[in-house]
Write a protein that binds this ligand. Structure first.
Ligand code: ADP
Length: 294
C-alpha cells in the first residue's frame, strides 16, 4: 500500500471527489466497535455481514484492524491477493453478495508487525475507502480494532452521515466500562448507535438446548440502559463459533437452525428493518451461495 500521505495534502481535492464517488454507491455502513479486544467483535462483524448477504443484500466487509486483522482468517481468505488495476483495488468476492477487503490482505507476511503512527493509519484507511471498488452496496460492515483510536475515528469521520455503530461487549464489568466509552465516542461524532450486542454471556447446552448464565449475564443490557442506547441481543458462547472462525466457515451459514444463529438473525432483522427503503436492491440469487466455498 502507498505510504505517501496523499490525503488532505497535494491531490486532496481529487481524493475527496474520488471518495465521494465511491461512497455514493454505498447505501449504509455499519461500523462494528468494541472497547476491549477478544470480546468477539470480528466474529460478530463477519456473521452479520454473512447474514446480510444470505438475505440477498449486496454487502461489503471492510477490516480496518491494521495491527490484528481477523477477517482473512474468519473467511479463509489468507493468501488471496486482491487484484490491483488502474481503476482501483478489487475486493475479494467471497460468494455472490459478499465482497471483503482487509488491510491484512495487502500487507504481505502475517507475521510482520505494522509499525505505523496515527496519521499513516488515517491515510491508509482513507486510501482503502477511495481505492476499493465495491460497486453498489446495500451495506458496508466495517470491523474496527478495539478501542476508540485512530482507525475507528478515521472510519467514522470518512463515513460520516451514512454510518451507524454496533457495539460489542461481554457482560463483565471490565469490558462494559470500556465499551461505555465507545458509546460516548459515537455520540461525540454524531454517529447513531444501532445498539449493544452482548456476546458470550450465556451457554447453550448442545445436548438439551438449555441456556445457562455462565458469567455475569446482563451486563450488556445494563450498559445499554445506562447509556440510553438500544440493546440488540445476546449471542451465547458456542464452541461451534470458535471452530467455524478457525476454519474460515461463517457460523450463521453452516448452523442456520441453531439458537445462536437465531440471535444473529434477530439482530440483523432489527437493523435491516430501519434501512429497507426503495433504493435497497435485494438480490434474487441468494440461494446460489456455493456450498464448497462457504
Ligand atoms: P475481537 O474481534 O473482539 O478481538 P474475535 O471475534 O476475534 O474478538 O473473537 C475472539 C475469540 O473468541 C475467537 O477465538 C472467537 O472464535 C471466539 N468467540 C467469539 N464469539 C464467540 C462466541 N459467541 N462463542 C464462542 N467463542 C466466541
Amino acid at each position: 500500500m502507498n505510504e505517501t500521505p496523499t490525503c488532505g495534502q497535494a491531490g486532496g481535492e481529487k481524493d475527496k471527489q474520488a471518495l465521494q464517488d465511491r461512497l455514493a454507491k454505498i447505501r449504509h455502513a455499519l461500523i462494528v466497535l468494541s472497547g476491549k479486544g477478544g470480546v468477539g467483535k470480528s466474529t460478530v462483524a463477519v456473521n452479520l455481514a454473512t447474514s446480510l448477504s444470505m438475505k440477498g443484500f449486496n454487502t461489503g466487509l471492510l477490516d480496518v484492524d491494521i495491527h490484528g486483522p481477523s477477517v482473512p482468517t474468519l473467511l479463509d481468505l489468507r493468501g488471496k491477493m486482491p487484484a490491483v488495476t488502474a481503476e482501483g483495488i478489487q475486493p475479494v468476492e467471497c460468494w455472490p453478495g459478499l465482497k471483503a477487503m482487509s488491510v491484512g490482505l495487502l500487507l504481505g507476511s502475517e507475521d510482520q508487525p505494522i509499525v505505523w503512527r496515527g496519521p499513516m493509519k488515517g491515510n491508509a484507511i482513507k486510501q482503502l475507502l477511495v481505492e476499493v471498488m465495491w460497486g453498489d452496496l446495500d451495506f458496508l460492515v466495517v470491523d474496527c480494532p478495539p478501542g476508540t483510536g485512530d482507525e475507528p475515528l478515521s472510519v467514522a469521520q470518512l463515513l460520516s452521515g451514512k454510518s451507524s455503530g454496533i457495539i460489542v461487549t461481554t457482560p463483565q464489568q471490565v469490558a462494559t466500562t470500556d465499551v461505555a466509552k465507545c458509546v460516548t465516542f459515537c455520540k461525540s461524532l454524531q454517529m447513531p448507535v444501532e445498539g449493544i450486542v452482548e456476546n458470550m454471556g450465556t451457554f447453550v447446552c448442545p445436548h438439551c438446548g438449555k441456556e445457562t448464565n455462565i458469567f455475569s449475564h446482563g451486563g450488556g443490557l445494563k450498559l445499554a440502559l445506562r447509556m440510553n442506547v438500544p440493546f440488540l441481543g445476546n449471542i451465547p458462547l458456542d464452541p461451534e463459533i470458535v471452530e467455524s472462525g478457525d476454519t474460515g466457515k461463517p457460523y450463521v451459514y453452516h448452523n442456520p437452525n441453531s439458537k445462536t444463529a437465531q440471535r444473529f438473525e434477530e439482530i440483523i432483522t432489527e437493523i435491516v428493518g430501519k434501512y429497507s427503503g426503495p433504493s435497497l436492491k435485494q438480490r434474487s440469487d441468494q440461494s446460489e451461495l456455493p456450498q464448497d466455498r462457504i
